[in-house]
Design a protein around this ligand. Structure first.
Ligand SMILES: [Zn+2]
Length: 149
């Protein structure tokens, strides 16, 4: 990342309206606001994805996207939720953290063959680069993501 020219711009998908914003790499640390809806591009909280926004974030975001595949009936998923939210505060804006409810959006879960939850999957450049099943605490989530990039 340190070799990135200052003029480089990254595509960042707005978590609120799914507009694709171009953010200069040097301004990424400031977060910035969406050019379409004016909301903050980073809120320090995971983005709740649905079938449409999932494809938008995975396909268009230049940032790595870490997705928590979860379901409301899953106890370990609910236990991990605060740790995942805390990880978002540490990893944004270098990495986008998102959640996908596998109960509501089963086609996405089926497409990726999610067999157990919680499962964390890391996407970069539109493809999955790493996957880890099972609940983790904040430190382990952060460490695992950083070891994959
Ligand atoms: Zn927006």
């Amino acid at each position: 990342m340190s070799s990135t020219p200052q003029s480089d711009a990254l595509h960042v998908v707005c978590p609120h309206c799914q507009a694709v914003n171009r953010v200069p790499a040097v301004r990424l640390a400031d977060g910035g606001t969406c050019g379409k809806c004016n909301a903050r591009l980073f809120t320090g909280a995971p983005v709740e994805l649905d079938t449409t926004s999932f494809d938008k974030h995975i396909g268009r975001d230049d940032l790595p996207v870490l997705v928590d595949f979860w379901a409301p009936w899953c106890g370990p998923c609910r236990m991990m939720a605060p740790a995942f939210a805390a990880a978002a505060r540490q990893l944004e804006p270098r990495i986008r953290l998102a959640k996908l409810n596998t109960e509501e959006h089963q086609t996405i879960a089926a497409r990726f063959g999610i067999r157990s939850i919680p499962t964390l999957a890391l996407f970069q450049g539109g493809r999955e680069v790493a996957r880890q099943a099972g609940a983790m605490d904040t430190a382990n989530i952060v460490r695992w993501v950083q070891s994959q990039l």
